[in-house]
Design a protein. Structure first.
Length: 289
């Protein structure tokens, strides 16, 4: 069932739980994510990037998600969120199309410009009963020896995060505390979360925090992050790797098959399995707020 994002995010925040936000890119990933959430009865967020909107079309994405979520077989609450939008215009378009949460990512801008852009989106979104996520800090990688790590000088400054939230009125905040986007981290020693920094942000910023680039992060670290204010855990790379690994295997093993549906049945099942593993990793609660 498709619901407003606030019905998923805020109950989790109050209970010190975390919800997984999976990036979806097409019908196969959307089906797999919805079925995983339904199988475990876990409220879950669909995230849609600008790249996916360019690929499928904005209205197509929304209708695809809505149609799958409204199927009677789906027994979980799901919501749709715009991930890492960089312009006011795309946020407005997403809101008009039916998104109930949007992220405006002005983290690459000077702080004052990030505040100005984010506040503009917040003002529009709140008039239309839509949540807004902003971001302070950047998930930029650097290489130290044989390790791929996050650039510490670009991580979220706790005091700046507090100022940003106060000036913009965002509902959720993406933070840079050591995780990274992309697949390269999966083939190196995993980046380490700066839990001290995360705790400082948590103490100063009393809204749900979002952990971007969480693919590959061990379950114990995700659970610890959850206890320090992280309510939204973003997973993209693991879904895409599962998709492509399964698809390549099926194409090789069924090279004479001419019906794509036969190829994609096991692919969807494998993506669903990956999604279920991530949902199970965050299933334990830490009491209530």
């Amino acid at each position: 069932m498709l619901v407003h994002a606030r019905k998923i995010i805020y109950p989790a925040y109050r209970r010190r739980q975390a919800v997984v936000a999976f990036n979806t890119i097409n019908a196969e990933t959307t089906l797999a994510i919805a079925r995983a959430a339904s199988a475990l009865r876990r409220p879950t967020l669909f995230e849609v990037s600008e790249k996916t909107i360019t690929y499928l079309g904005l209205n197509t994405v929304v209708e695809l998600v809505r149609t799958i979520c409204d199927d009677p077989s789906i027994k979980a609450s799901l919501a749709i969120h715009l991930d890492h939008a960089h312009t006011y215009e795309i946020c407005v378009a997403a809101i008009k199309a039916g998104f109930t949460s949007v992220m405006i990512d002005g983290s690459a801008l000077p702080f004052s410009q990030n505040v100005k852009l984010t506040k503009r989106v917040v003002d529009y979104a709140h008039k239309h009963n839509v949540l807004v996520q902003g971001e302070v800090g950047a998930l930029k990688p650097v290489v130290k020896g044989a390790r791929l790590v996050a650039a510490s000088d670009l991580m979220t400054d706790p005091a700046q995060a507090r100022e940003f939230v106060a000036k913009t009125g965002v509902d959720t905040l993406g933070v840079a505390v050591g995780t990274l986007h992309g697949a390269m981290k999966m083939f190196h020693k995993l980046p380490q979360i700066d839990f001290s920094r995360l705790n400082s942000i948590h103490q100063l910023v009393k809204i749900p925090l979002a952990l971007h680039g969480a693919s590959g992060v061990p379950a114990k670290d995700l659970k610890k992050a959850r206890s320090l204010g992280v309510t939204i855990v973003n997973i993209d790379t693991e879904i895409r790797l599962s998709y492509l690994t399964s698809l390549r295997r099926e194409l090789k093993s069924q090279e004479h098959e001419y019906d794509p549906r036969v190829i994609f049945y096991p692919v969807i099942a494998d993506i669903q399995k990956t999604a279920e593993q991530k949902l199970k990793a965050l299933s334990t609660t830490y009491g209530t707020r």
